[in-house]
Each structure stands twice: as structure tokens, then as C-alpha cells.
Ligand binder design. Sequence first.
Ligand code: ATP
Ligand code: MG
Ligand code: MG
Length: 554
Amino acid sequence: ETSKSLNFIEQIVAEDLQKGYTEKDLRFRFPPEPNGYLHIGHASSICLNFGLGLKHNAPVNLRFDDTNPAKEEQRFVDAIKRDVEWLGFKWDTERYASDYFQQLYDWAVVLIKKGKAYVDDQSSEEMAKQKGTPTEPGTESPNRNRSVEENLALFEAMKNGEFEEGSHVLRAKIDMTSSNMLMRDPIMYRVLHKAHHRTDTNWCIYPMYDWTHGESDYIEQVSHSFCTLEFAMHRELYDWFLDQVYEADKVRPKQREFARRNLSHTVVSKRKLAQLVEQNIVNGWDDPRMPTISGLRRRGYTPESIRNFADTIGIAKRDNLIDVSLLEFHVREHLNKIVPRVMGVLDPLKVVITNYPEGQEEWLTAENSPEDEALGTREVPFSREIYIEKADFKEAANKKFFRLKLGHEVRLKNGYIIKAESCTKDADGNVVEVQCTYDPKSKSGSGTEESLRKVKGTLHWVSVKHAIPAEIRLYDRLFTDESPDTHKDKDFMEFINPNSLEVITGYVEPSLATAKPQERFQFQRMGYFCVDPDSQPGKLVFNRTVGLRDSWAK
Ligand code: ATP
Ligand code: MG
Ligand code: MG
């Protein structure tokens, strides 16, 4: 492998291995906050961190960044674990920032004793005013020079629940004139009288992200802590906090940043996705329209297709928007290789084969996949009345219409050649039935001269008598705008596509009667479909994962 094929994050690790780190020193982590479900953006971070672990045979921790009890819940922890596992990755140990609350508290006391942290009881407005601006230095808090004893007593009182929420904070004493606003005496702790999903009411002070993240990396001896670009300015603070507790001979974690991945026609932010759930725009976090890992799974995506997508887009240094059609390309490519092909008619038109004896039926042999012989064959029933797609018949059409038209022939997939002779219309002039004749010698695979006869156009179909009605959910983009959350004057919710879900009743071949949730199929000519968990014996429900080709009109 040449260094050219490494992305810049992999290069950082490769260079460190040349500068004295050994593979034994390497340890990575994936650090989600359990305040929602993982989305396709997280998949990039998961593939990056776990990919590095696999490559260097190094452990990767799953660390829950759970320092905000107001937003975090056990059900999100459970969903995150399920999704990381489903994507195919194994973490070394499961960690929680909340496991470190005591250690973080003890270190905060050390900082106070060193004169590097103080309790501030000004209002948040007052402190904001003193922060200054990027071009003007801030002003020091009048509480900045409290004695160590007073700070220790106040911090303990904070911990003991003697103060109201928002009344006191612990701040690091760094530099109110720093050009980096984050270094202007950042908050380390705040008072929050809220129960935590793991520590319950043991604590009523909670550490801030910056104070928690680097120290957690240090406790776990993570060598490389990769995060997204918005944390670039936080790196100086990350390092300052580490300086306060670092002991020689330990691995010193290193924060490096990569670009957030955005996907077109959706939003990838747990907070915004939570809004869609709370306002019932979608039916939960795993709604197949959601860009969550759970939503994609329910829609029919495979872990491989998501990993291949993440590998293809790679790791970037600048934020960018990836077209969702690339994600769809990857799932199509994978499903094409692995799933059986079946026949399902979404918008039925009845065809009567007038020279086929009434009451007769036969079972035709159909190949399950031209891509994989191992998938075998199945039997498909044929009878005098079948359904084809409405769009596959026209009374008259030009030469480019290779489907059924009066006086012309098509082949029925796995079956016979039929010819349209006449049609019946309703009062509004809509065709409601087509009468055809079939060529009894033309059966596919029968070896006769007629069976080899080439006709332009092959249609999928189902036998009316044997077909099973199924609920079919067809999905469109959740947002009409390519980048709904980047408009200065408009909220992303204004771009919701009102037609993102269409529910229809289709008719599928009887081999699907026993299909189980999560089973995937190609409905020939109609796309890839996956059985929804709402499906029950006798009441099938399918989600369309994706069409057969990119049909999104730009
Ligand atoms: P969100 O706004 O969706 O909550 P977050 O960054 O706050 O995103 P975390 O749970 O903290 O979510 O993310 C866990 C890890 O995944 C972090 O390292 C974060 O940088 C990374 N990550 C989150 N979103 C993306 C994205 N769109 N692209 C790449 N990495 C991401
Ligand atoms: Mg975060
Ligand atoms: Mg977040």
C-alpha cells in the first residue's frame, strides 16, 4: 500500500507509527452522544475509526458521551449499539463518560488547588458580556481571584446540591485575552438538577464537553481522537486540559479533525432528525425515509452498501454535500448481486388470455437470479387471467414502445408470448381489461423453435387467481431542497416534501407468501423491495428500497 492511497487521517496514524508510536500504543474510539439515533454521517466516523482499528489490529472503544442528562436516554444507547453492530463492527470495550464523573471531579479539584479553576456565580448574561469578541479581548471576572479555599468550598457546595441551576459554574482560569474565544476561561461544570440515565441523582453538577472529552480519551488511553471540523478550535483547549493532568510515560491522546459528511435532500443532525420524529413528520427514528442507520436498514439497505458508500466518499478536509444518488447506487449494486428476483405488479391491469382454457393452470419454472445460480429456481403459477402494469399497455403507440399494444406481441417473463387483440374501456375511456391470445408453443425454456423466437419486450406479470395483495410503500426524498438546512432565511422544515410516502396495494407472486421482515427482493422491472417489520402472515408490507435505475428528475 502506498501512502498515496491513504486518506489524510490514515496518514497521520502512519506517520506517528514512524515517529515512535508502536501499534501497541494505538487505540481509537467512536464517541456518540446518546441523544438520538445514528445517521449516515456517523457511518463515516464509524467506518473511519473501526477501519483504523482493523487495519492496525488496535482496539476501538464505543464511548457514550453522556454528559447532558437533559437529552440523553437509555433507548438511544441501545439503538446506537444495535446499529454499530449491524454495520459489522465490534468494539473493544463499552465506555461511558459518566463512568468518569468521579475522576473528572477529582481532577477539577486538582485544578482548583493549582489555581487553574474558579467558581463563578455571575449571571450567564454578565459572563457573556465579559467574553469580548473575536477582535476585542475579554474582561476578567471579578470572581477570578477567589482564594483556593473559597473555590474548594464553593465547588463542593455545588456538588452537594446547595445551589440552583444556572447560579454557579466552575471555570478554567486560562486567558481572557486569547485570540481563541474558547480559551477565555471556559466553563468546566454547571449545576443541573436532573436525573441521569446511568448515574441517576448521584450528581447535580455535570462536566462540559471540552473538559470531558479529552480527559476521557486520556483515561482510556486513546491515541488518536478523531472528530469533525467544528472542533478544530477546541483542540487548543483539549490540549490545555490534558496538560493539567498528563503524567509522563502515558499515551497522550491527539485530537485531529475531518469534515462532516452531509447528504443531499436530507438533514444529518440528531437534533433536527428529532424534530421530524417529535412533530410526526415521519413515523419514528427508523422510518424508512430517515437517513438514520435504522431507517436505512428498515428501507432495505445492507451494511455492505453503507460501508462501501462511506469508503467511496472517503475522508475529507472540507465540509461538502454528497448526492444521495451515490448512496442509492451502492445499495443497488449490492442488492443486484445478492437478492432473488420475483414478480410483483404495482399498478394492475387485467389481461385475459382468451385461447387459454378456462379453469386450467400451470406452474412455470423461474430462475431466481441471473447473477447467482446458487439462488436456484422457483415455480410461478400461470392461468387464463393475469395482471400486468397499467403502464405496460397502450392501444396504439410508436415503434419505440416495446411493451404491449394492440396487434403486437410481447413475452411474459418465464412464460409465453402473448398478442393483444382487443381491450375493454370504462365510461371514462380508461382501459380496464385487455384480451390477448397466447402462442402455446412459445413457453420459455421448453426448447421449441417458438420458445426461442425473439420478440421485443418482456413484461412481468402475476396470475390473478394466485396473486397475493400486498401493501407497498413507495418513498421519495424527504426534502424538496438539496440542502434544506443551509438557507439563511428559511427553516429546514419549510422544505419537507409532502409526498415523500405513497402507500399502494400491489399484487405479488405466491412465493412471497412466507417472506419475513427484512427479507429483500428485486421486483423485476420495478426496483428493490424489503419486507417491513409491520408485515404479518396474510398481510404483507413491502418498502421500496430504491428503483432499478436513477429516476430522480433533477
Ligand atoms: P449530531 O449533530 O447529529 O448530533 P454530533 O457530532 O453532535 O452530530 P455525536 O453523537 O457527538 O453527534 O457524534 C459522534 C461522532 O460522529 C463524532 O466524532 C462526530 O464528529 C461524528 N459525526 C457526527 N456527524 C457526522 C457527520 N455528518 N459526518 C461525519 N462524522 C460525523
Ligand atoms: Mg457531539
Ligand atoms: Mg449533537
